[in-house]
Design a protein around this ligand. Sequence first.
Ligand code: C5P
Length: 224
Amino acid sequence: VAIWAVVPAAGAGQRFGAGRPKQYLSLRPGLCILEATLQPLLADPRLHGIAVPLAPDDEYWDGLALSRDRRLHACEGGAERADSVLRGLAHLRSLGAADEDWVLVHDAVRPWLTAGALSRLLDATLESGDAGILALPVVDTVKRVDEAGRIVETVPREQIWLAQTPQMARLGRLEQALSQQLAQGHWPTDEAAALEAAGETVRVVLGERGNIKITHSEDLKGRD
Ligand code: C5P
C-alpha cells in the first residue's frame, strides 16, 4: 500500500484580510506559507504523491518553484474544504491510488509541522491500522458558554483534545465518509469528523504546540 497526501489550498482566506489567499503570503523572503507547509511532506520519502487542490482562479501556484516537483499534483478544488479534499482524493485515484492506500490530509496553512510529528503520526497509524490525527490535550480549563457569554458549565478537560492536521486514513474509507457527509448536507471541518460519523475508529497522536493553523494575521507575528 502506498501513502499519499492531499493539501487543500483552495481557500480564499476570508478571515485574514490580506490581498491574496493566506497560503500564498510570505513567511520569509522566497518562501510562502504553502511552500513551507509542503516541505516536510516532500522531505518524507514515504509519501508517494501529494494532490494540491487549488481555487479555479488561482494565480499563484504556477509561480512557485516548488510547483515543478514531480510528487506534487495540482488539481481543482471546490467551494468548501470537504469538496476540495474529495477532489484531491479523486485526483489521487487518477494517479493510481487504491482504496487500501493511506492518505494524509494536511491544511495548506500549517507551515510548522515538524518531521518528528509527521513521523509519529505515520508510525502510530501504520502500527495500529486505525485512522489517526495529530492533536493536543487542552491545557486551559474549558467552559461551555451560552449566547450571552455566560458560563453554563466547566467541561472536564481530561477528555478534550484539539484536532490538528495531518489527519490520516485509508483513502477509500475517507472518500466514502466525506461523500456521505456532503450527501447529508453536512460540511465537516476536518476529516476525522466525517470518519467519526461513519463509525470509524480514529486515534489521536500527540501533535505539537507549534503546529498551528494560520487563521488570523496575528498568527504570523513573531514567527519566521
Ligand atoms: O478556512 P480554513 O482556514 O479553515 O481552511 C483550512 C484549509 O482548507 C486551508 O488549507 C484552505 O486553503 C482549505 N480550503 C480549501 N477549499 C475551500 C476552503 C478551504 O481547500 N473551499
